[in-house]
Design a protein around this ligand. Structure first.
Ligand code: DAH
Length: 335
């Protein structure tokens, strides 16, 4: 048999074989048998050198044509088999009922935040917002917190690194007080729900990120009585009409005087306690007003801040703060 006749016979056989491969593994096997290093087609190509000189050009051309053809057949079969393997094995039943997409729920912390916002809206507060990536000026300096204050310790604050004013993750929402007061004249009546960050190790009552609500009220003739009345109203709305609150003297650099707020209700009693510390607050320090360009002889105000998780934990009887951040659907579905 002449070389080209041999070639043609082999070519036809190879094409049939490749086209018949029933899956990708069988196709790979067929590929090896024909065009692999020890394949029959490869072996034939090796014979080219031993042909008489005058037959070589025609034989070489025929080999190249056949090679291109085999490669195309291989690629076409591969594509067809890949498509086939990607299709469902079972036939589709177009009459089957549709799959319902489950409706999601608001995260319990979002639900509690929305409740808090609703309470404050009733008495004329609006929501304000500020960046979580803050700087030392808004988080500390302008709030009258000096550079040697322990709150600024790198042990407690996530510093991001960078040029002054040093970027950091805000440790409290109080920084937004400064941003709002710098951007508008009084009167101001805002709350600021938002995420804050501290370098705490996570345990049942600590998490390196948590949520706070800040409040700020600035006007003429604002008193601590307004503060107490407001806090009492909001906590009764949130935690039930039998909620009691009390103020204890405390220290914050941005308020003077400052207080810590304790509250009490049947949920607290259930924990075996009389009072639970829930928030910090006070009358805005005159130096803070100076820092934002408000005249402290004209304007008075109060501010407060509290954690949202603590309220959510009490309300729902949750004993580990980390559950809020694990995003386990089995936990989240319950609220
Ligand atoms: N920033 C305080 C904290 O994170 C809470 C706080 C206390 C906010 C007193 C205030 C305030 O606005 O007046 O613990």
């Amino acid at each position: 048999m002449s070389f080209t006749a041999q070639l043609d016979a082999l070519r036809q056989e190879a094409l049939k074989d490749l086209a018949a491969a029933a899956d990708l593994a069988l196709l790979d096997r067929a590929k090896g048998a024909w065009v692999g290093p020890h394949g029959k087609f490869t072996a034939l190509m090796k014979q080219l050198g031993s042909l008489p000189k005058e037959e070589k050009p025609a034989a070489g051309k025929a080999i190249n044509t056949a090679k291109v053809e085999l490669e195309a057949a291989l690629a076409a079969r591969r594509e067809a088999l890949e498509l086939k393997s990607a299709l469902p094995k079972e036939p589709t039943d177009f009459t089957a009922p549709g799959r319902r997409r489950t409706v999601g729920k608001l995260h319990p912390l979002t639900q509690v935040t929305e409740d808090i916002v609703r309470c404050f809206r009733k008495i004329g507060f609006v929501v304000a917002d500020g960046p979580e990536l803050e700087d030392e000026y808004h988080c500390f300096d302008a709030l009258n917190t000096p550079a040697d204050h322990p709150a600024r310790d790198a042990q407690d604050t996530f510093y991001i690194g960078g040029a002054a004013p040093q970027p950091l993750l805000r440790t409290h929402t109080s920084s937004v007080q400064i941003r709002v007061m710098k951007s508008q004249p009084p009167p101001i009546r805002i709350i600021v729900p938002g995420r804050v960050y501290r370098r705490d190790n996570a345990d049942a009552t600590h998490n390196p990120t948590f949520q706070q609500v800040e409040g700020l009220y600035v006007d003429r003739g604002v008193t601590a009585g307004d503060l107490k009345g407001t806090v009492e109203f909001v906590f009764r709305e949130l935690m039930g009409p039998d909620t009691k609150i009390r103020f204890r003297p405390h220290y914050f650099s941005y308020t003077e005087p400052s207080f810590e707020i304790d509250f009490s209700n049947p949920l607290v009693k259930k924990l075996g306690k009389d009072w639970l510390e829930i928030a910090g607050c006070g009358m805005v320090h005159p130096q803070v007003f100076e820092n934002v360009g408000y005249d402290p002889e004209v304007w008075t105000g109060w501010a407060f801040g509290f954690g949202i998780e603590r309220i959510a934990m009490l309300r729902y009887g949750i004993t580990d703060i980390r559950l809020f951040y694990e995003n386990d659907a089995r936990f989240l579905r319950q609220f």
